[in-house]
Write a protein that binds this ligand. Sequence first.
Ligand code: MG
Length: 221
Amino acid sequence: MDLRKIKEVVFKGFLANEEAVALYETAKIASLLGPCLEIGSYCGLSSVCLGLGCREVGGLLFSIDHHRGSEEQQAGQAYFDPELVDPRTGEIDTLPHFIRAIRAFSLEQTVIPIVASSVTVASVWKTPISLLFIDGGHSFKAVFGDYNSWLSHLMPGGYLLIHDIFSDASQGGQAPRCIYQLAIASGLFQEMGMVETMGILKRSPLESPNREAIRAWDLLR
Ligand code: MG
């Protein structure tokens, strides 16, 4: 798995080389247990890394994104990219970029796009997932919504990966760091360590959860 080669095809995305390798390797292990799920497909960079790992062992990746860009990617915001604007509508549309990336790596039978809000999908989801990668919108509302709505779908022994964890608030928003710390405080996870800004946790096969800390949103209200 060589991120440089992937980036020759998938130009847009925010992922360090070590993070890309960690996604690939963790997906390969997790896929032996069940399907993986990613929140925040964007233009497909992380989806390709996860998908290549899934494919090695015959697994699947569900990749959720509304593809209209998160708050920080809208016009006037820090991560706005005019190349992602659909000229017909004047709005962000990352879906064509995502589809192109998946096809370029022949991952159509491995990576399954779900074009919707993650909270909406979670409300009817029934299949236990082996890996949950949270990398969607970075506002507190978006991050806690993703965490609260999907945590219960992660199977014991499954992996929780959270991107963009910054200990220094001047380097990035603090919402991902908050759910990372809440996940640790829940008692549900073993810490597997940090890879650059990606936190990796493994849901304990045998659980003695601190249930008061599981639903972060309830605590903050
Ligand atoms: Mg990210």
